[in-house]
Design a protein around this ligand. Structure first.
Ligand code: ZN
Length: 68
């Protein structure tokens, strides 16, 4: 029987809500990250996305809707 590895919990930047791969946010450079977040958001074209404008996102990427 195959043993499935537990999925690593993704962390999100508390400053800009970006999903972070690693220890620090690529946008803010902060290590102020949270594992307690909800709502997975993929921004492909921030200039033409209403949600991106509302959340002040200027870079394409993966974001969280809510970060606690
Ligand atoms: Zn950030």
């Amino acid at each position: 029987m195959a043993v499935r590895k537990a999925k690593k919990q993704l962390r999100v930047c508390r400053e800009c809500h970006r999903v972070v791969d690693g220890e620090a946010c690529v946008i803010c450079g902060t290590s102020n990250l949270s594992e307690d977040w909800a709502g997975y958001l993929v921004i492909i074209d921030p200039e033409h996305s209403e949600i991106a404008k509302k959340m002040k996102i200027t870079m394409a990427g993966r974001y969280a809707l809510k970060v606690r």
